[in-house]
Design a protein around this ligand. Structure first.
Ligand code: NAD
Ligand code: WQD
Length: 349
């Protein structure tokens, strides 16, 4: 049945105009999926959607709307029959979440609950959710596998962990759901075209965009938060993963969902490279790739930071047949291309 096959390819992508969502829309298109983006543009720009359309060579379905708006979501589910939902929409700045916890719980938790209710109403019961390695708190054992204990120290992380609990309870209540939280480690990099990438408002909170803005001359110097961690060189160690590898991980998760005859319940999966890289190692790699000096100073530790965090990526490999393939050099090269072509992000034109 052609219609049945067709609907199996249609995916609702909430937050699809954002950093990870925009890259994932391209990967989905390349894998033969049809994408409908739903985004309120609170942390993204319509220019990203335009560029995704140019890169895939055809217009992309875009609806401006909020995941907390049940009626607006309902209209989308009336207009389209979806195989499943990839749910990126949410707020992600840790510091801001401490200052504005209600805004974070409202967007990330209430918004997801509204989305799940509408999905249930329309019998769409497959979800891939953007979770985070932040749900592992300060890990006791490295690399971190999916059965590690979970705990959080800030409202952002707590909102992700709360959604995971909601998904677990939902799966227990009704065995027709397949709910896959993908726990991202540290996504960096940009599309190799240099046309889409991460475009932070204001001063970046995260390391890679900060480094690239120093390299391009927008910021004077990097402050490195702590030089006395028990790591290879005293600076924090993270598992950086190229955003296009991450995007492929979402395609792999959907392909896996398609293959299953039975529902999967709640199935968390790490998306990381499995390798740890220190802050100083990343600075050096970026400097080499960009041929720019990256001035830095050591300052005190940032509240809430941990020494080291990297994934066991075995479950993704075993279940999804996915693993990260791009190197730290690739991540730096693609970030640098995006940053140099678009020094002011999507406002550069
Ligand atoms: P992003 O801010 O670039 O993308 C999120 C998108 O969601 C934005 O386009 C924003 O406009 C949209 N959005 C926010 N609230 C919304 C709402 N109420 N209704 C509709 N749209 C809304 O962030 P990103 O880096 O692409 O992250 C995507 C997801 O992955 C987020 O849920 C984030 O928490 C999670 N995540 C990100 C990282 C990371 O380091 N980037 C790591 C782990 C998890
Ligand atoms: C990486 C390393 C810093 C900035 C955060 C969220 C996490 C997830 C990814 C969304 C650390 C150091 C950073 C700077 C620095 N986001 N650093 N100077 O903290 O691992 O993870 O983003 O889900 O939830 O917590 O990423 O890029 O902020 O920091 O020295 O200006 O770089 O101390 O060691 P983090 P990050």
């Amino acid at each position: 049945d052609i219609n049945m096959e067709n609907y199996k390819n249609k995916i609702l992508v909430t937050g699809g105009a954002g950093y990870i969502g925009s890259h994932t829309c391209i990967a989905l298109h390349e894998a033969g999926y049809e994408v409908v983006i739903y985004d309120n543009l609170s942390n993204s720009s319509f220019e990203a959607v335009n560029r995704v359309s140019s890169l895939i060579g055809q217009p992309i379905d875009f609806i401006e709307g909020d995941i907390r708006d049940a009626d607006s979501l309902r209209q989308v589910f009336v207009a389209h029959r979806f195989f499943g939902v990839i749910h990126f929409a949410g707020l992600k700045a840790v510091g801001e979440s401490v200052a504005k916890p209600l805004m974070y719980y409202d967007n990330n938790v209430s918004g997801t609950i509204t989305l799940l209710k509408i999905m249930a109403e329309y019998e769409v019961k497959k979800l891939v959710f953007s979770s985070s390695a932040t749900v592992y708190g300060d890990p006791e054992i490295l690399p971190i596998n999916e059965d590690s204990p979970r705990s959080c120290t800030n409202p952002y992380g707590q909102s992700k962990l709360t959604v995971e609990h909601v998904l677990e309870d939902l799966a227990l209540s009704d065995n027709s759901w397949s709910l896959i939280p993908l726990r991202y480690f540290n996504p960096v990099g940009a599309h190799p075209s240099g046309q889409i990438g991460e475009d932070p408002n204001d001063i970046p909170n995260n390391l890679m965009p900060y480094i690239s803005q120093v390299a391009v001359g927008k910021l004077d110097k990097l402050s490195i938060f702590g030089d006395d961690y028990a790591t290879v060189d005293g600076t924090g160690v993270r598992d950086f993963i190229h955003v296009t590898d991450l995007a492929q991980g979402h395609v792999a998760a959907l392909n896996y969902l398609k293959q299953q005859k039975q529902s999967l319940g709640f199935l968390p999966i790490n998306l990381g490279s499995g390798k740890g890289t220190s802050v100083l190692e990343l600075v050096r790699a970026f400097s080499a790739v960009s041929a720019k000096d990256i001035p830095f100073q050591f300052v005190g530790r940032r509240a809430g930071d941990i020494a080291s965090c990297y994934a066991s990526a075995d479950k993704a490999q075993e279940l999804l047949g996915w693993k990260a393939s791009l190197s730290i050099t690739d991540m730096c090269q693609d970030t640098w291309r995006w940053q140099s072509i678009n020094p002011n992000g999507y406002n550069s034109i």
